[in-house]
Design a protein around this ligand. Structure first.
Ligand SMILES: [Fe+2]
Length: 205
């Protein structure tokens, strides 16, 4: 029905019909709580690299990069949108001054679109775990395959996080491949790599 709505908009608009990058596909692979917030504020053009934070953001700088592969796990997948959101260095999904979109996801959020080699990279700060909790530090990723749909994949988590216990490791489902990454600190910046395999362990597509 959404597509029909878009057709009507296109028919009745006098300006050229451009389809905005918002909610034109459905969530796939089961429930995806509040995942549609990824479309709030999404820029019309995206790069393979971005920064989720301003330089003034408190916290330890971190850069994460990787390659998004097609379902065969070998062929790079270009033009895949990866949305990310995370807590700040106090473990909160804090709202920016004046933020009205995707408030539930906090202000540290952003998008990348894989390049021709399937590569992506984002800068951010290392998230803190929720206050007074046993939840490991994490970054939430959502994959959007244009023309197909969007779905969550395993959170980014960090090998050296003391809260990432063996019990916590057993709770992951390797959706999109493992999200547990090894971080190295170079010149004060955490760096890590995570590759993603589209659709891996994403059932009921
Ligand atoms: Fe979270």
């Amino acid at each position: 029905m959404k597509n029909i709505g878009i057709v009507f908009v296109c028919l009745f608009q006098t300006m050229a019909c451009t389809q905005p990058l918002d909610k034109r596909e459905r969530p796939i692979g089961g429930s995806c709580e509040a995942c549609d917030l990824m479309f709030e504020g999404i820029p019309s053009t995206l790069s393979w690299e971005t920064s989720l934070t301003d330089p003034s953001e408190p916290g330890e700088p971190m850069i994460i990069s990787g390659v998004i592969f097609k379902e065969d796990g070998k062929t790079p997948a270009p033009d895949i949108i990866l949305y990310l959101y995370q807590t700040d260095n106090k473990g909160l999904y804090s709202k920016a001054a004046g933020q009205t979109q995707a408030v539930r996801h906090g202000h540290i959020r952003g998008w990348v679109k894989s390049n021709a080699q399937g590569e992506y990279q984002f800068k951010t700060i290392r998230p803190a775990s929720y206050p007074n909790s046993n939840s490991p530090q994490h970054i939430h990723p959502i994959i959007y395959e244009p023309g197909k749909g969007y779905y969550w994949i395993d959170e980014y988590q960090f090998e050296d996080d003391p809260l990432l216990t063996s019990a916590a490791r057993q709770q992951v489902s390797d959706r999109g491949g493992s999200g547990i990454i090894k971080l190295n600190k170079t010149n004060g910046t955490w760096q890590g790599k995570r590759d993603i395999i589209l659709g891996l362990n994403v059932h009921n597509q």
